[in-house]
Unconditional design. Structure first.
Length: 178
């Protein structure tokens, strides 16, 4: 992470309590399920990775500053070109209105950031991400931290030691293709 968008330095975050979403306990509210059935967005994978990162880095009413600096953008872009960083995108016509990105290694997906410029756009991207992870045999969805927003989907906090065991198992697995 970085302290701010204009800070060129990076630092490693290894929290004592880690956030994950157990893939077999992922929860979609009935109101969100109803919204998804209306298909309000064209959901795509890996077609606008750099734009998703850029949108995640933009200031928003609920987030006036960002931890995503130019170094992070360049590093995640390189990981994307190597096939390790991925995005889920919500388009309304030609306009990117929501999305998320993260990194896949082994059978783990590490969610990094998400954004929404329309109601439910990032939530619907998360639902599509979980569907893809389940279909492809992923075993771990790391959110780093839990938020009230992620808790509505079933995110939980686990101790560092328990997380380490899940991570070891995911890294020992055959690499899953995103």
């Amino acid at each position: 992470m970085s302290d701010a968008a204009d800070d060129p330095e990076l630092f490693w975050v290894e929290p004592e309590i880690r956030g994950i979403i157990p893939l077999d306990e992922f929860h979609v509210s009935s109101s969100l399920a109803k919204a998804i059935r209306k298909r309000p967005f064209d959901i795509r994978f890996n077609t606008a990775f750099d734009q998703v990162v850029d949108k995640c880095a933009e200031a928003a009413p609920d987030r006036p500053s960002t931890w995503i600096n130019q170094t992070i953008r360049e590093l995640y872009g390189a990981l994307h070109r190597l096939g390790h960083a991925h995005s889920v995108e919500a388009f309304e016509g030609d306009e990117l209105v929501g999305g998320l990105y993260g990194v896949s290694l082994g059978s783990a997906f590490f969610g990094e950031s998400m954004f929404s410029r329309r109601t439910n756009a990032s939530k619907i991207c998360l639902v599509h991400l979980v569907e893809r992870l389940r279909e492809r045999g992923f075993t771990l969805l790391d959110t780093q931290f839990t938020t009230e927003h992620l808790k509505t989907f079933g995110a939980v906090d686990i101790p560092k030691e328990a997380y380490g065991l899940l991570l070891d198992k995911a890294m020992e697995s055959e690499t899953v293709r995103f």
